[in-house]
Write a protein of this length. Sequence first.
Length: 133
Amino acid sequence: MKFTPSQWGTYQLDDAGGIAPIDDDPRRSCIGRGWVSAAIDQSSRILGPVVRRGWLCGDKGDKRHDESFAELSWNRANALVAEEITRIREEYGHGAIFGGSYGWANAGQFHHVQSQLRRFLNLAGGYVSSRNT
């Protein structure tokens, strides 16, 4: 039996490609099971930038949660983000850009999602933040 540690606990790996949290882990999580399917079936993963097809066509969010996504190159994705930040800033001002995220963080401050987002938005001229909420 092989084992692998992670931020969600320690898992047992079997010879058939299965994975399960170890029995005596006091804070067991089944989240590791997704690693196996992601490693075996690449179609279950998002491998690059994607955007809602309707957003690309200018639907203003009318079909959000009810449509497919289009894959983009990183250059195109970066251009779309830059264009949208510029549009919002010019139409509504920096106060319309919220620098918040519920994203997860990995070990170390470099991977702290809110810190990275806020650094980026500061480079774009500023944003609205929240404190103690």
